[in-house]
Design a protein around this ligand. Structure first.
Ligand SMILES: NC(=O)c1ccc[n+]([C@@H]2O[C@H](COP(=O)([O-])OP(=O)(O)OC[C@H]3O[C@@H](n4cnc5c(N)ncnc54)[C@H](OP(=O)(O)O)[C@@H]3O)[C@@H](O)[C@H]2O)c1
Length: 239
């Protein structure tokens, strides 16, 4: 089996990516930070299908030494999926230095250092990296300037790494539109949800499976590197 590391793989879109890769014969390293219980349940489920095919790995991607520890624990790697992310409003009037650190560290700096620290392992396996970006990496989401900046950086990181790590490692991205409503600090009102879906050509949210299938396509497409695919139901037509 090939091995894939999926950051933020315990819940939501990450968990679907884990399941889809596992169904396609990947051994999965399910990274989590706070969702330990969900990571454990998911790994148990997958190990019941194929023994020793799923392992949980913990790291706070806001902390450099955690990223280094996580990278050094991994012996062999074919696929890195940078999915973990922080999402919440930072209106200009009250954005703090800590918001910059948190959003940029998790959404941009961690994918950079995971990629560079794992690049030799990926090179030796002719592996690939897929970054989960956001359609707002190209046009900012109101009141989310730091998040949008972090994802714009991830967009450029995808292109830069594709050049830097060629020809041995392919690097691509998937940019979701509205797939699952945000939770906790990022949550939005019903009216906002309605307004958002009104500007989606297909008039509905996507499904985590849409993201996982796009990843699978990129993983299998041996002659694609440096590309970022929007999976947004036509939302960008209205941006
Ligand atoms: N949901 C959407 O509709 C949508 C739209 C556009 C783009 N996206 C992108 O698609 C990806 C997945 O979206 P999602 O909504 O499923 O993501 P999410 O629930 O907001 O976050 C995914 C995971 O990131 C992990 N994470 C956050 N801070 C962390 C930290 N300091 N250290 C380590 N891990 C940390 C969390 O893991 P733990 O739970 O284990 O702490 C969390 O479960 C993200 O990159 C997101 O930006 C999603």
């Amino acid at each position: 089996m090939k091995t894939a590391l999926i950051t933020g793989g315990a819940v939501r879109i990450g968990a679907q990516i884990v399941k889809t890769l596992h169904e396609n014969n990947y051994r999965v390293l399910v990274h989590y930070h706070q969702s330990k219980k969900s990571a454990q349940t998911l790994c148990n489920e997958l190990n019941a299908i194929i023994s020793n095919s799923a392992e949980m790995v913990c790291a706070d991607l806001n902390i450099v030494s955690d990223i280094e520890k996580l990278s050094s624990k991994i012996e062999s790697l074919d696929l890195l999926i940078n999915n973990a992310s922080v999402f919440y409003q930072t209106p200009l009037t009250n954005a703090k230095h800590d918001d910059w650190d948190n959003l940029i560290n998790v959404n941009l700096k961690a994918p950079y250092f995971l990629a560079t620290e794992l690049s030799n392992k990926l090179k030796s396996r002719n592996g690939s990296i897929i970054n989960i970006v956001d359609i707002h990496s190209e046009r900012p989401l109101k009141n989310h300037s730091i998040y949008s900046i972090s994802k714009a950086g991830l967009n450029m990181l995808t292109l830069s790494l594709a050049k830097e790590l060629a020809p041995n490692v392919r690097v691509n991205g998937v940019s979701p539109g509205s797939i699952i409503w945000p939770q906790n600090k990022g949550s939005i009102s019903d009216k906002q949800k309605e307004n958002m879906l009104d500007r989606v050509a297909l008039k509905r949210q996507g499904n985590p499976k849409d993201i996982a299938e796009a990843i699978l396509f990129l993983v299998k497409s041996d002659y694609i590197t440096g590309q970022i695919i929007n999976i947004d139901g036509g939302r960008t037509l209205y941006q």
